[in-house]
Design a protein around this ligand. Structure first.
Ligand SMILES: Cc1cc2nc3c(=O)[nH]c(=O)nc-3n(C[C@H](O)[C@H](O)[C@H](O)COP(=O)(O)OP(=O)(O)OC[C@H]3O[C@@H](n4cnc5c(N)ncnc54)[C@H](O)[C@@H]3O)c2cc1C
Length: 459
């Protein structure tokens, strides 16, 4: 059995590792377009902030670690087409040499590429100071630009989690950052009242945040790089030495669509929960494919955690298993300077679209007993269904060190198991004064939601 995985990031490597783990007799080849297999691209912002150095530390596993598992790596090799009927992959190496690789099973984990959301930049690119960020290649190009040009100012277009992490990293590097966001508040995956806390944290650290801005064009002017667009119906222009566009990703689908696969949510390739593409012996996982969501059905939510899980499912099934991807809840967390913001599940508008009758309420609770030094208030916004009482989602913002990530995971676990908000108040959660309270902040929020829901129902 020869399993070929295309892509050396979360999905491709997870597939290869899982197949080798379950059956060491399987031949596994991983075809990777660049020279950086199994790098943690999620860690890139911390390379720019110089908290992680050298760049080699970003590797989840070294080349030697990977080969020690028994997989073969074909680096700097681009997969160019799939012959589904003939079970062959055509590849092109760094010298432009084409060859074919026969496979019994194929897993496509070609991921996603940075989107530029239609922003016009003419011929301006990284050499001119206009950057995107998704790969180690992008990382080296940006790092070189920072070294060689020593820019003093940067505009970051986008205030999603990558944009926020990079606003912090470039600020730490000494640049003055202007962050432009299209929507009314930064981190649009949160309700604006919680996003506002993140906005304040950025401002507190000197980031100039401009919301409600639709960026249309980047041009070179005498003063530097000028970003123009519209803000609340009027013309908008800002100039900086460097522009970083981080406005999301678009799935890389052409290999599979050229071979006959179809696309769905977010333009990503349709796969089922077993990671089947519908093409015989061809599996797919990661940022290039649709995401099965436990509450929303089929959607597109490209995340590293999901890519690892999908890749593992594909690896198991490609060698004869019957694993299922259990579904995402969109659980995410981001650190912005000294603040952490997280969410899982649905917000009101998503819950309504999914047929629920939601109610959302925010509670503020200390992360641990107030009498013990260092207590910090957390904002926790719970969304539940007023008819069934089911938990639908949670959003949290609080200080770094206040266990936001693990608290959102408590809600994610409850959501995974279909708990009601009220039942969460019965969970036996841990307590010691320096770390929590007899009623953990998680439960202060669920109790507040239950009271709010009862008062509405009895009205
Ligand atoms: C800066 C940054 C921070 C992030 N932080 C987080 C985080 O904190 N948490 C989180 O969950 N997610 C995070 N993500 C998202 C996460 O990194 C991605 O969801 C994840 O890497 C997707 O993995 P993937 O394997 O699907 O694809 P990708 O990482 O996109 O990799 C695709 C792979 O396929 C290869 N490839 C593509 N085309 C071909 C071809 N034709 N032939 C051969 N090889 C090919 C590429 O070289 C690469 O190896 C972050 C992303 C970025 C950019």
């Amino acid at each position: 059995m020869h399993l070929v995985a295309i892509g050396g990031s979360d999905a491709g490597i997870s597939t290869a590792l899982r197949a080798r783990e379950l059956d060491p007799s399987v031949d596994v080849t991983v075809v990777v377009a660049d020279s950086y297999p199994n790098f943690s691209i999620c860690g890139i912002p911390y390379y720019f902030s110089r908290e992680v150095n050298p760049w080699q530390s970003l590797a989840h596993r070294t080349h030697a670690d990977l080969e020690a598992t028994g997989m073969q790596l074909r680096l700097d090799t681009l997969a160019t087409s799939i012959d589904v009927a003939g079970q062959q992959l055509t590849v092109r190496d760094a010298n432009g040499q084409e060859s074919t690789i026969a496979y019994d099973e194929l897993m496509v984990g070609t991921g996603a590429s940075p989107s530029t959301a239609g922003i016009e930049a003419g011929r301006l690119g990284p050499d001119d100071g206009v950057h995107v960020l998704h790969s180690m290649g992008d990382t080296f190009v940006l790092e070189r630009y920072l070294d060689e040009h020593q820019p003093e100012t940067a505009i970051i277009v986008g205030a999603g989690y990558v944009g926020l992490e990079m606003a912090e990293a470039l600020t730490v590097r000494g640049l003055h950052v202007t962050q432009l966001q299209r929507g009314p508040e930064v981190l649009s995956t949160l309700d604006p009242e919680l996003g506002a806390l993140v906005h304040d944290e950025l401002t507190r650290h000197g980031v100039d945040v401009v919301t409600g801005t639709r960026v249309q064009q980047i041009t070179r002017t005498a003063a530097g790089l000028t970003v123009t667009g519209e803000q609340d119906g009027t013309e908008f222009a800002r100039t900086a030495d460097l522009v970083l566009v981080v406005v999301g990703v678009r799935p890389n689908t052409s290999l599979l669509t050229d071979a006959g696969a179809s696309t769905g949510a977010g333009g990503a390739v349709v796969v089922d929960e077993r990671m089947r593409t519908g093409l015989p012996h061809v599996w797919a996982a990661g940022d290039g494919v649709v995401t099965h969501h436990r509450l929303l059905g089929v959607t597109y939510l490209p995340l590293g955690t999901t890519s690892h899980k999908q890749g593992r499912v594909a690896g198991e099934n490609a060698i004869g298993g019957s694993a299922r991807f259990a579904g995402s809840l969109g659980t995410q967390v981001v650190k912005v300077f000294d603040l952490v913001a997280a969410r899982t599940g649905l917000r009101d508008h998503e819950a309504i679209a999914a047929g629920h009758t939601p109610l959302s309420g925010t509670a503020i609770a200390d992360d641990h007993k107030a009498y013990y030094p260092g207590a910090n208030p957390l904002s926790i916004r719970i969304t539940g269904d007023t008819e069934s009482g089911l938990l639908l989602g949670a959003q949290l913002v609080g200080a770094r060190g206040a266990e936001i990530a693990k608290r959102v995971d408590t809600y994610a676990t409850a959501l995974h198991h279909g708990m009601t908000v009220d039942a969460m108040s019965d969970l036996d959660l841990s307590y010691t004064p320096p770390l929590g309270s007899p009623w953990d902040a998680v439960q202060v929020a669920t109790q507040a939601w239950t009271r709010q829901a009862r008062s509405i129902i009895s009205m």
